[in-house]
Design a protein around this ligand. Structure first.
Ligand code: 7TS
Length: 420
């Protein structure tokens, strides 16, 4: 049972954070699924979009659509100004030193592949070592496997404990003067574990390695300060931050990006092209070949305006309290096993039900209007570690409510009645 003081604190905090008002900003939350109110608990896969983002995208295509960085006409200048203004918003959002350090890419996956190929292929050789972890999303595993095949570098994995936390002593044992890159997720998409990335970054730097942080699950739930972290690269996706799909960000320290060769060749990334050779554009354009996702960038800027206005810190606090509530309810369900019980975790409830396959849980819950993800969550090594083929995963955002947690628990109950 809660102690009464905690309950009072929760009620006060919930009152400060006006969820009903916030929900009104997200039109999709009024949808009905199979005749029931949508309970959207698949935010780790992609988050919903506020009207502000939808309207900015709509306005862009209605009033401004034009290609950037090349036209002398009014619309092109307007589109370019909006695109570059969004870059400035991203720079401030992650507290980068300069807009030269903000590269627009398709998403986290694209950002990590860029670093693996442009930085990694240029720098690594046989005998060098790359450290990742057992907690990673496939996007932060496969690009490093490809790089190690290409270069002969060895890939090492930091193991996790039974709670789903990285074992830091094992990380320290793996570090040595051959470690060139450490690539680690800030928050696990499969379990919700918040990793101690500042400690990881400092320890990696002490042996001279560069650090990439996969921030896909972190930016919607926590304030990121790349200067304070001192990470070398930080990657995230717009669509998990309430912005459009198909757009993401690679932050990189300017000196590193400057020394890296281009990832792709094409328009906009060059200074001069002759039939013999080309010279490349300055940062950040060197890494933005071809017509970019202009509307996506402007939409991402609008999403950042939205979360800044909302206050990520207050949202994060609300989400922690919501997860506590969900945990409390879930642990009372007989036959429900939580997967991932890290002390420091956020927004994700991964679980299995005795005798019921996660895909069946997903289907029954959908019938009740409750959207969760069932599967391996593109983190097959995590599933292997916990000896399960898959989990059911409810993932929360600041617009979710305790009533929705109750709807989840009722739908789980129905699922157990159907199968047992
Ligand atoms: N890294 C992490 C930690 C992620 O959670 C994801 C996507 C990615 C990288 C890849 O991001 P993308 O935008 O390039 O696809 N995670 C999930 C998920 O948990 N369910 O669907 C996508």
């Amino acid at each position: 049972m809660n102690n009464p003081n905690t309950v009072t604190t929760l009620i006060n905090k919930t009152a400060e954070f006006d969820v009903a008002k916030i929900r009104a900003d997200f039109p999709i939350l009024n949808e009905k699924i199979h005749g029931k109110p949508l309970v959207y608990l698949d935010n780790a896969a992609t988050a919903q979009k506020p009207s502000h983002v939808i309207e900015v995208l709509n306005d862009y295509y209605r009033e401004t659509n034009s290609n950037i960085h090349r036209g002398v006409h009014t619309l092109s200048e307007k589109a370019t100004a909006q695109y570059e203004s969004a870059r400035n918003k991203v720079k401030d959002f992650v507290n980068a030193e300069s807009t030269k350090e903000i590269i627009f890419v398709r998403g986290t996956t694209d950002a990590i592949n860029l670093v693996a190929q442009s930085f990694g292929r240029d720098t690594l050789k046989a005998g060098d070592e790359i450290i990742i972890t057992e907690l990673e999303h496939h996007s932060n595993i496969v690009p490093w496997q490809i790089l190690s095949d290409q270069t002969g570098a060895t890939l090492r994995y930091v193991p996790i404990n039974d709670a789903g936390e990285l074992i830091l002593e094992e990380f320290e044992k793996l570090l040595n003067n051959k470690t060139r890159i450490v690539a680690v997720g800030h928050i696990s998409n499969a379990l919700g574990t918040i990793n101690p990335i500042k400690t990881i970054i400092d320890k990696a730097h002490a042996v001279g390695a560069k650090v990439l942080v996969d921030g896909a699950q972190a930016v919607p739930h926590t304030r990121v300060d790349v200067k304070a972290l001192d990470c070398d690269f930080y990657a995230f996706s717009g669509h998990k931050l309430f912005g459009p799909t198909g757009i993401g960000v690679l932050y990189g320290k300017e000196a590193l990006l400057d020394a890296m060769p281009p990832y792709q060749g094409g328009g906009d990334m060059i200074q001069m092209v002759t039939m013999e050779k080309s010279t490349y554009n300055v940062l950040p354009y060197k890494f933005e070949a071809g017509t970019p996702h202009i509307a996506g960038v402007i939409g991402l800027g609008a999403a950042i305006d939205y979360v800044n206005e909302l206050g990520l810190e207050a949202a994060a606090q609300y989400e922690i309290e919501l997860l506590d509530y969900a945990n409390e309810q879930a642990t009372q369900v007989a036959g429900l096993n939580l997967v991932g019980t890290a002390k420091n975790k956020t927004s994700i409830l991964s679980f299995t039900l005795d005798g019921i396959h996660p895909h069946d849980i997903g289907t029954i819950l959908d019938g009740e209007g409750v959207a969760i993800r069932a599967g391996h969550h593109c983190a097959m090594p995590v599933m292997e570690r916990f000896n399960v083929p898959a989990t059911a995963r409810a993932s929360f955002a600041f617009y979710n409510t305790r009533q929705e947690v109750d709807a989840l628990i009722q739908a789980i109950d129905k699922c157990q009645k159907v199968f047992n």
